[in-house]
Design a protein around this ligand. Structure first.
Ligand code: ATP
Ligand code: MG
Length: 263
């Protein structure tokens, strides 16, 4: 409880700070552009080119700061959760329909019990998106890249797992990947999983990271999210009707490119 209050207080400080940093950025950019506009004609050729380069640097760097502060604000944002019934299977189908990366085989294995949770559809969509993006990044250069998205019901929770057959989590990331700004990518912000974790916690859920192994070698990564079911009594018939093709394994329903990953 005390920890929660402390977190909330720091969140508020962070939000205000981000706001205060953002305020002067636009005037700085505009002033630099104005200087260039006013002085360019009055200078010699070589001085003008110095002015142009300096202005360009200011405008670009201030732009980069704006992006960083915006992303930080998103991370430190006060949680405004719009709760409604969200069917995780439907959400997975929805997101995957729009998400068709070239060359990557997407496999789904969706359970056909009710996967309804009380959640914020926008946030949960972003969770899935960030996990898919990470999987896709990890598959760079892999010969037969596969992402598997699976849902299950366990102990009154919906589990959603996203697995890939990529590089796996670097060992030092297993304990640090949820920390903001921790990244192994040249252009990563390191905020993806920090945001995901925050959102899952706002849903009273849990998230864990794993590396998959095959013949004692890392064969990919898996992220498992667990969210409390909306209703304690989940009747299998309630959402089974929404499922499309069922394969002969009575419990599972497979949609998009229904091919199982065997690992
Ligand atoms: N599916 C995955 N396979 C292997 N490593 C992963 C996977 N997902 C995350 N990671 C590791 O965890 C780190 C943190 O991930 P996170 O999503 O927080 O940031 P990022 O992906 O590096 O940056 P951004 O999300 O801004 O693109 C990654 O840099 C990577 O090292
Ligand atoms: Mg990421």
């Amino acid at each position: 409880m005390v920890q929660a209050q402390r977190d909330a207080a720091w969140g508020e400080v962070a939000r205000r700070l981000a706001h205060e940093i953002k305020n002067p950025l636009t005037p700085i950019q505009l002033s630099a552009e104005r200087l260039e506009f006013k002085l360019a004609d009055k200078l010699t050729e070589s001085d003008r080119s110095i002015l142009e380069r300096a202005t360009k640097t200011i405008v670009e760097q201030v732009g980069a700061m704006k992006t960083m502060v915006n992303e930080f604000s998103e991370y430190a944002r006060a949680p405004v959760v719009n709760l409604a019934l969200v069917d995780i299977n439907d959400l997975v189908r929805d997101v995957l329909e729009l998400y068709q990366p070239e060359h990557i085989q997407i496999v789904t294995d969706l359970c056909h019990q009710s996967t309804q949770v009380m959640g914020d559809a926008v946030m949960l969509r972003q969770v899935l998106h960030n996990l898919l993006q990470n999987a896709q990044d990890a598959l760079d250069g892999v010969a037969k890249p596969v992402i598997e998205v699976r849902t299950d019901i366990q102990a009154q929770h919906v589990t959603l797992s996203v697995s890939d057959n990529g590089s796996g989590f670097p060992i030092e990331m297993m304990t640090r990947a949820f920390e903001p700004y921790v990244t192994s990518k040249p252009h990563g912000t390191g905020l993806g999983l920090a945001i995901v974790k925050k959102m899952i916690e706002e849903h009273k859920g849990q998230i864990s990271l794993h590396n998959l192994n095959q013949q004692k070698k890392v064969s990919g990564a898996q992220v498992i999210v667990s969210l409390p079911l909306a209703s304690e009594i989940s009747s299998p018939s309630s959402s089974a009707s929404k499922s499309k093709k069922t394969n002969n394994k009575s419990k599972k329903t497979s949609t998009v490119k229904s091919k199982r990953v065997t690992s």
